[in-house]
Design a protein around this ligand. Structure first.
Ligand code: DAH
Length: 371
Protein backbone atom coordinates (compact mmCIF):
# COMPACT_ATOMS: atom_id res chain seq x y z
CA UNK A 1 0.00 0.00 0.00
CA UNK A 2 2.94 2.32 0.54
CA UNK A 3 5.15 1.13 -2.29
CA UNK A 4 5.25 4.58 -3.88
CA UNK A 5 4.05 7.96 -2.65
CA UNK A 6 1.03 8.04 -4.98
CA UNK A 7 -1.23 10.99 -4.55
CA UNK A 8 -4.87 11.35 -5.40
CA UNK A 9 -6.79 14.56 -6.04
CA UNK A 10 -7.76 16.41 -2.87
CA UNK A 11 -11.38 16.67 -3.89
CA UNK A 12 -11.76 12.99 -3.04
CA UNK A 13 -11.52 13.84 0.60
CA UNK A 14 -13.29 17.15 0.74
CA UNK A 15 -16.81 15.76 0.84
CA UNK A 16 -18.25 13.96 3.84
CA UNK A 17 -17.40 10.29 3.82
CA UNK A 18 -20.17 7.90 4.79
CA UNK A 19 -20.04 4.36 6.01
CA UNK A 20 -18.90 1.89 3.36
CA UNK A 21 -18.71 -1.21 5.58
CA UNK A 22 -20.94 -4.02 4.29
CA UNK A 23 -22.32 -6.69 6.61
CA UNK A 24 -19.97 -9.31 5.14
CA UNK A 25 -17.16 -7.26 6.72
CA UNK A 26 -18.74 -6.17 9.98
CA UNK A 27 -19.62 -9.84 10.58
CA UNK A 28 -15.91 -10.58 10.75
CA UNK A 29 -15.25 -8.16 13.61
CA UNK A 30 -14.83 -10.09 16.83
CA UNK A 31 -14.34 -13.51 15.20
CA UNK A 32 -11.02 -13.58 17.09
CA UNK A 33 -9.02 -15.99 14.92
CA UNK A 34 -5.83 -14.87 16.66
CA UNK A 35 -7.22 -15.88 20.02
CA UNK A 36 -8.41 -19.32 18.99
CA UNK A 37 -6.09 -22.02 20.35
CA UNK A 38 -4.35 -24.07 17.62
CA UNK A 39 -5.64 -21.92 14.76
CA UNK A 40 -2.69 -21.46 12.34
CA UNK A 41 -2.81 -17.68 12.87
CA UNK A 42 -2.69 -18.17 16.64
CA UNK A 43 0.30 -20.48 16.21
CA UNK A 44 2.16 -17.90 14.10
CA UNK A 45 1.35 -15.24 16.68
CA UNK A 46 2.80 -17.43 19.44
CA UNK A 47 5.96 -18.18 17.44
CA UNK A 48 6.61 -14.46 16.92
CA UNK A 49 5.78 -13.40 20.41
CA UNK A 50 7.70 -16.15 22.19
CA UNK A 51 10.82 -15.72 20.05
CA UNK A 52 10.98 -11.95 20.59
CA UNK A 53 10.14 -12.22 24.26
CA UNK A 54 12.93 -14.75 24.72
CA UNK A 55 15.33 -11.94 23.74
CA UNK A 56 13.76 -9.15 25.74
CA UNK A 57 10.42 -8.18 27.11
CA UNK A 58 7.78 -6.78 24.74
CA UNK A 59 4.33 -5.76 25.87
CA UNK A 60 1.97 -7.93 23.82
CA UNK A 61 -1.53 -6.84 22.82
CA UNK A 62 -3.77 -9.06 20.68
CA UNK A 63 -7.29 -7.96 21.38
CA UNK A 64 -7.65 -4.27 20.50
CA UNK A 65 -10.81 -3.31 18.65
CA UNK A 66 -10.16 -2.65 14.93
CA UNK A 67 -12.15 0.60 14.91
CA UNK A 68 -9.60 3.43 15.06
CA UNK A 69 -9.57 7.11 14.21
CA UNK A 70 -8.13 8.46 10.98
CA UNK A 71 -5.62 10.26 13.24
CA UNK A 72 -4.35 6.94 14.58
CA UNK A 73 -4.42 5.15 11.26
CA UNK A 74 -2.96 7.90 9.09
CA UNK A 75 -2.07 11.33 10.55
CA UNK A 76 -0.06 10.09 13.54
CA UNK A 77 1.99 8.03 11.08
CA UNK A 78 2.66 11.08 8.87
CA UNK A 79 0.62 9.63 6.01
CA UNK A 80 -0.20 12.60 3.77
CA UNK A 81 -3.81 13.83 3.62
CA UNK A 82 -3.98 12.94 -0.06
CA UNK A 83 -2.31 9.52 0.11
CA UNK A 84 -4.10 6.76 -1.83
CA UNK A 85 -4.36 4.52 1.21
CA UNK A 86 -6.96 6.92 2.63
CA UNK A 87 -9.33 6.65 -0.33
CA UNK A 88 -12.76 5.26 0.51
CA UNK A 89 -12.21 2.87 -2.38
CA UNK A 90 -9.31 1.34 -0.42
CA UNK A 91 -10.35 1.77 3.22
CA UNK A 92 -13.51 0.93 5.19
CA UNK A 93 -14.92 4.07 6.86
CA UNK A 94 -17.47 4.27 9.67
CA UNK A 95 -17.61 8.02 9.06
CA UNK A 96 -15.14 10.74 8.05
CA UNK A 97 -13.11 10.28 11.23
CA UNK A 98 -13.26 6.58 11.98
CA UNK A 99 -12.08 3.57 10.00
CA UNK A 100 -11.43 -0.13 10.31
CA UNK A 101 -7.67 -0.16 10.81
CA UNK A 102 -5.82 -0.84 7.57
CA UNK A 103 -2.70 -1.86 9.50
CA UNK A 104 -1.66 -2.49 13.09
CA UNK A 105 0.71 0.50 12.82
CA UNK A 106 -2.44 2.43 13.77
CA UNK A 107 -1.66 1.64 17.41
CA UNK A 108 1.90 3.02 17.43
CA UNK A 109 1.00 6.48 18.68
CA UNK A 110 -1.10 5.34 21.65
CA UNK A 111 1.59 2.96 22.96
CA UNK A 112 4.34 5.54 22.44
CA UNK A 113 2.23 8.18 24.22
CA UNK A 114 1.91 5.80 27.18
CA UNK A 115 5.72 5.71 27.31
CA UNK A 116 5.87 2.00 26.39
CA UNK A 117 9.24 1.34 24.77
CA UNK A 118 8.82 -2.20 23.40
CA UNK A 119 5.55 -3.61 22.15
CA UNK A 120 3.90 -6.05 19.77
CA UNK A 121 0.36 -5.40 18.57
CA UNK A 122 -1.39 -8.29 16.80
CA UNK A 123 -4.74 -7.61 15.16
CA UNK A 124 -7.20 -8.04 12.34
CA UNK A 125 -6.85 -5.41 9.58
CA UNK A 126 -9.23 -4.43 6.81
CA UNK A 127 -8.69 -3.25 3.25
CA UNK A 128 -10.84 -3.11 0.15
CA UNK A 129 -8.92 -5.11 -2.40
CA UNK A 130 -8.90 -7.54 -5.31
CA UNK A 131 -10.39 -11.05 -4.94
CA UNK A 132 -8.07 -14.02 -5.32
CA UNK A 133 -6.38 -16.80 -3.35
CA UNK A 134 -4.02 -14.44 -1.50
CA UNK A 135 -6.23 -11.36 -1.00
CA UNK A 136 -9.07 -11.13 1.46
CA UNK A 137 -10.58 -7.90 2.82
CA UNK A 138 -9.74 -9.01 6.37
CA UNK A 139 -6.24 -10.15 7.27
CA UNK A 140 -3.92 -10.10 10.27
CA UNK A 141 -0.75 -8.23 11.09
CA UNK A 142 1.67 -7.68 13.90
CA UNK A 143 3.29 -4.33 14.54
CA UNK A 144 6.55 -4.43 16.51
CA UNK A 145 8.26 -1.39 18.02
CA UNK A 146 11.37 -0.85 20.10
CA UNK A 147 12.56 2.53 21.33
CA UNK A 148 16.03 3.20 22.76
CA UNK A 149 16.42 5.96 25.34
CA UNK A 150 18.20 9.14 24.17
CA UNK A 151 20.81 8.53 26.88
CA UNK A 152 22.04 5.51 24.92
CA UNK A 153 23.20 7.86 22.14
CA UNK A 154 22.56 5.39 19.35
CA UNK A 155 22.86 6.43 15.72
CA UNK A 156 20.24 5.63 13.11
CA UNK A 157 22.70 3.14 11.53
CA UNK A 158 23.10 1.31 14.84
CA UNK A 159 19.35 1.14 15.33
CA UNK A 160 18.92 -0.19 11.79
CA UNK A 161 21.54 -2.89 12.43
CA UNK A 162 19.76 -3.91 15.62
CA UNK A 163 16.46 -4.07 13.73
CA UNK A 164 17.91 -6.17 10.92
CA UNK A 165 19.58 -8.68 13.19
CA UNK A 166 16.47 -8.95 15.38
CA UNK A 167 14.27 -9.65 12.37
CA UNK A 168 16.71 -12.05 10.72
CA UNK A 169 16.76 -14.03 13.99
CA UNK A 170 12.99 -13.95 14.21
CA UNK A 171 12.44 -15.19 10.66
CA UNK A 172 15.26 -17.81 10.62
CA UNK A 173 14.97 -19.22 14.12
CA UNK A 174 11.62 -18.10 15.51
CA UNK A 175 9.38 -18.77 12.51
CA UNK A 176 10.88 -20.88 9.72
CA UNK A 177 13.31 -22.77 12.03
CA UNK A 178 15.89 -22.85 9.26
CA UNK A 179 19.31 -21.37 10.04
CA UNK A 180 20.21 -21.57 6.33
CA UNK A 181 17.16 -19.61 5.12
CA UNK A 182 18.27 -17.08 2.48
CA UNK A 183 17.24 -13.52 3.29
CA UNK A 184 17.67 -10.31 1.32
CA UNK A 185 16.91 -6.68 2.18
CA UNK A 186 15.26 -4.36 -0.32
CA UNK A 187 14.94 -0.57 -0.02
CA UNK A 188 11.35 0.52 0.51
CA UNK A 189 9.23 3.56 1.22
CA UNK A 190 6.91 4.07 4.19
CA UNK A 191 5.89 7.53 5.40
CA UNK A 192 6.49 6.58 9.04
CA UNK A 193 10.03 5.20 8.82
CA UNK A 194 13.31 6.38 7.35
CA UNK A 195 15.27 4.49 6.18
CA UNK A 196 12.68 1.88 5.26
CA UNK A 197 13.34 -1.69 4.20
CA UNK A 198 11.50 -4.82 3.18
CA UNK A 199 12.73 -8.31 3.91
CA UNK A 200 12.40 -11.07 1.35
CA UNK A 201 13.11 -14.75 1.95
CA UNK A 202 13.94 -17.42 -0.63
CA UNK A 203 11.16 -19.90 -0.19
CA UNK A 204 10.10 -22.77 -2.46
CA UNK A 205 11.91 -21.29 -5.44
CA UNK A 206 10.89 -17.63 -5.18
CA UNK A 207 11.67 -14.44 -3.28
CA UNK A 208 8.79 -13.82 -0.93
CA UNK A 209 8.27 -10.45 0.72
CA UNK A 210 7.63 -11.07 4.41
CA UNK A 211 7.79 -7.74 6.20
CA UNK A 212 8.29 -3.98 6.09
CA UNK A 213 10.33 -2.10 8.65
CA UNK A 214 12.57 0.86 9.36
CA UNK A 215 13.80 3.49 11.75
CA UNK A 216 10.85 5.44 13.16
CA UNK A 217 10.61 9.02 11.85
CA UNK A 218 11.95 11.30 14.62
CA UNK A 219 8.83 13.47 14.28
CA UNK A 220 6.64 10.58 15.46
CA UNK A 221 8.77 10.09 18.59
CA UNK A 222 8.83 13.85 19.26
CA UNK A 223 5.07 14.11 18.97
CA UNK A 224 4.16 11.08 21.07
CA UNK A 225 6.96 9.66 23.22
CA UNK A 226 7.95 11.22 26.56
CA UNK A 227 11.70 11.02 25.78
CA UNK A 228 11.61 13.33 22.74
CA UNK A 229 15.13 12.51 21.58
CA UNK A 230 14.78 8.77 21.79
CA UNK A 231 15.29 6.71 18.64
CA UNK A 232 13.51 3.51 17.65
CA UNK A 233 12.60 0.93 15.07
CA UNK A 234 9.32 -0.53 13.88
CA UNK A 235 8.23 -3.45 11.72
CA UNK A 236 4.99 -4.88 10.33
CA UNK A 237 4.39 -8.50 9.33
CA UNK A 238 1.38 -9.95 7.51
CA UNK A 239 0.48 -13.15 9.34
CA UNK A 240 -1.52 -14.94 6.62
CA UNK A 241 1.36 -14.64 4.20
CA UNK A 242 3.65 -16.40 6.68
CA UNK A 243 1.04 -18.95 7.74
CA UNK A 244 0.14 -19.88 4.15
CA UNK A 245 3.78 -20.76 3.51
CA UNK A 246 4.46 -22.42 6.84
CA UNK A 247 1.39 -24.68 6.80
CA UNK A 248 1.08 -24.92 3.01
CA UNK A 249 -2.42 -23.41 3.07
CA UNK A 250 -3.37 -22.67 -0.57
CA UNK A 251 -6.30 -20.27 -0.19
CA UNK A 252 -6.64 -17.35 2.22
CA UNK A 253 -10.39 -18.04 2.69
CA UNK A 254 -9.50 -21.25 4.53
CA UNK A 255 -8.42 -19.27 7.61
CA UNK A 256 -12.10 -18.40 8.11
CA UNK A 257 -13.34 -21.94 7.66
CA UNK A 258 -15.30 -23.64 10.42
CA UNK A 259 -14.96 -26.96 8.60
CA UNK A 260 -13.57 -29.60 10.98
CA UNK A 261 -11.62 -31.06 8.05
CA UNK A 262 -9.60 -27.83 8.16
CA UNK A 263 -9.52 -27.01 11.87
CA UNK A 264 -8.84 -30.55 13.11
CA UNK A 265 -5.58 -30.67 11.17
CA UNK A 266 -4.01 -28.14 13.51
CA UNK A 267 -3.47 -29.29 17.06
CA UNK A 268 -0.97 -28.65 19.83
CA UNK A 269 0.29 -25.54 18.00
CA UNK A 270 2.43 -27.74 15.79
CA UNK A 271 3.57 -26.78 12.33
CA UNK A 272 2.08 -29.41 10.04
CA UNK A 273 1.52 -29.44 6.29
CA UNK A 274 -2.12 -28.90 5.45
CA UNK A 275 -3.62 -31.90 3.61
CA UNK A 276 -6.12 -30.52 1.09
CA UNK A 277 -9.46 -32.22 1.23
CA UNK A 278 -10.99 -32.82 -2.16
CA UNK A 279 -11.79 -29.59 -3.95
CA UNK A 280 -15.37 -29.12 -4.97
CA UNK A 281 -16.02 -28.21 -8.61
CA UNK A 282 -15.61 -24.59 -9.70
CA UNK A 283 -17.92 -22.69 -11.99
CA UNK A 284 -17.30 -19.38 -13.70
CA UNK A 285 -19.60 -16.68 -14.98
CA UNK A 286 -18.59 -13.62 -16.98
CA UNK A 287 -20.01 -10.16 -16.58
CA UNK A 288 -19.48 -7.50 -19.26
CA UNK A 289 -20.45 -3.87 -19.14
CA UNK A 290 -19.87 -0.34 -20.37
CA UNK A 291 -18.78 2.06 -17.64
CA UNK A 292 -20.57 5.33 -17.15
CA UNK A 293 -19.07 8.52 -18.53
CA UNK A 294 -20.31 10.46 -15.53
CA UNK A 295 -18.58 8.59 -12.71
CA UNK A 296 -15.17 6.97 -12.20
CA UNK A 297 -15.23 3.18 -12.22
CA UNK A 298 -13.47 1.99 -9.03
CA UNK A 299 -12.55 -1.68 -9.31
CA UNK A 300 -12.63 -2.08 -5.53
CA UNK A 301 -16.27 -0.92 -5.39
CA UNK A 302 -17.07 -3.61 -7.93
CA UNK A 303 -15.19 -6.28 -5.92
CA UNK A 304 -16.94 -5.21 -2.72
CA UNK A 305 -20.37 -5.77 -4.22
CA UNK A 306 -19.33 -9.19 -5.49
CA UNK A 307 -17.90 -10.10 -2.10
CA UNK A 308 -20.98 -8.86 -0.35
CA UNK A 309 -23.40 -10.90 -2.42
CA UNK A 310 -21.22 -13.93 -3.20
CA UNK A 311 -19.43 -14.11 0.17
CA UNK A 312 -16.78 -16.80 0.44
CA UNK A 313 -18.30 -18.69 -2.50
CA UNK A 314 -16.35 -16.35 -4.77
CA UNK A 315 -12.86 -17.76 -5.21
CA UNK A 316 -11.48 -15.10 -7.53
CA UNK A 317 -12.44 -12.33 -9.91
CA UNK A 318 -10.27 -11.55 -12.89
CA UNK A 319 -10.49 -9.04 -15.70
CA UNK A 320 -10.61 -10.96 -18.96
CA UNK A 321 -11.27 -8.13 -21.38
CA UNK A 322 -10.67 -4.40 -21.39
CA UNK A 323 -11.86 -2.51 -24.45
CA UNK A 324 -12.12 1.15 -25.37
CA UNK A 325 -14.43 1.91 -28.28
CA UNK A 326 -12.29 3.65 -30.93
CA UNK A 327 -15.07 5.99 -32.04
CA UNK A 328 -17.11 6.77 -28.94
CA UNK A 329 -14.24 6.45 -26.42
CA UNK A 330 -16.52 4.40 -24.19
CA UNK A 331 -14.85 1.93 -21.89
CA UNK A 332 -16.01 -1.65 -21.53
CA UNK A 333 -14.77 -4.48 -19.32
CA UNK A 334 -15.41 -8.14 -18.93
CA UNK A 335 -14.72 -9.79 -15.57
CA UNK A 336 -14.79 -13.51 -14.85
CA UNK A 337 -16.19 -14.51 -11.48
CA UNK A 338 -15.03 -17.93 -10.30
CA UNK A 339 -17.36 -19.59 -7.84
CA UNK A 340 -16.33 -22.48 -5.63
CA UNK A 341 -17.24 -23.55 -2.14
CA UNK A 342 -14.58 -24.94 0.19
CA UNK A 343 -17.19 -27.09 1.85
CA UNK A 344 -19.75 -28.43 -0.62
CA UNK A 345 -20.87 -28.66 -4.24
CA UNK A 346 -22.76 -25.62 -5.44
CA UNK A 347 -26.05 -25.88 -7.26
CA UNK A 348 -26.36 -24.25 -10.70
CA UNK A 349 -29.47 -22.48 -9.55
CA UNK A 350 -27.75 -20.88 -6.58
CA UNK A 351 -24.86 -19.60 -8.71
CA UNK A 352 -27.32 -18.24 -11.27
CA UNK A 353 -29.11 -16.47 -8.48
CA UNK A 354 -25.90 -14.93 -7.09
CA UNK A 355 -24.82 -13.84 -10.55
CA UNK A 356 -28.22 -12.29 -11.20
CA UNK A 357 -28.10 -10.33 -7.94
CA UNK A 358 -24.53 -9.17 -8.61
CA UNK A 359 -25.52 -7.97 -12.08
CA UNK A 360 -28.49 -6.03 -10.73
CA UNK A 361 -26.52 -4.43 -7.92
CA UNK A 362 -23.44 -3.40 -9.90
CA UNK A 363 -25.48 -1.94 -12.71
CA UNK A 364 -27.58 0.06 -10.28
CA UNK A 365 -24.94 1.21 -7.77
CA UNK A 366 -22.04 1.75 -10.16
CA UNK A 367 -24.15 3.03 -13.07
CA UNK A 368 -22.85 0.36 -15.43
CA UNK A 369 -24.55 -0.62 -18.63
CA UNK A 370 -24.56 -4.40 -18.76
CA UNK A 371 -23.83 -6.00 -22.10
N1 DAH B 1 2.03 -0.73 8.08
C1 DAH B 1 2.71 -1.30 6.94
C2 DAH B 1 1.69 -1.94 6.02
O1 DAH B 1 0.63 -2.26 6.43
C3 DAH B 1 3.73 -2.32 7.38
C4 DAH B 1 4.89 -1.67 8.05
C5 DAH B 1 5.95 -1.26 7.29
C6 DAH B 1 4.92 -1.46 9.42
C7 DAH B 1 7.05 -0.64 7.87
C8 DAH B 1 6.00 -0.83 10.03
C9 DAH B 1 7.07 -0.43 9.23
O2 DAH B 1 6.08 -0.60 11.32
O3 DAH B 1 8.12 0.16 9.82
O4 DAH B 1 1.94 -2.13 4.86
Amino acid sequence: MFSAPHLVPRRLFSSQICCNIPSSISDKIGRGLLLRANHPLNTVKNLISSHLNSIESFKVEDNLHPKVSTLQCFDDLLIPKDHVSRKPSDTFYFDSNQVLRTHTSAHQSQFLSAGISSFLVFGDCYRRDAIDSTHYPVFHQVEGVKVFASGQNLSSAQVLDHLKSTLEGLIRFGIFKDPELKIRWVDAYFPFTNPSLEMEVWYQGEWLEVLGCGVIQPEIIQRHYPDKNAIGWAFGIGLERIAMRLFNIPDIRLFWSEDPRFLSQFTNSEIVQFQPFSKFPACFKDISFWTSNESVFEENDFYSIIRDIGGDLVESVEMVDDFKHPKTGRQSYCFRINYRSMERSLLNSEIDDLQFRIREKVSEDLHLELR
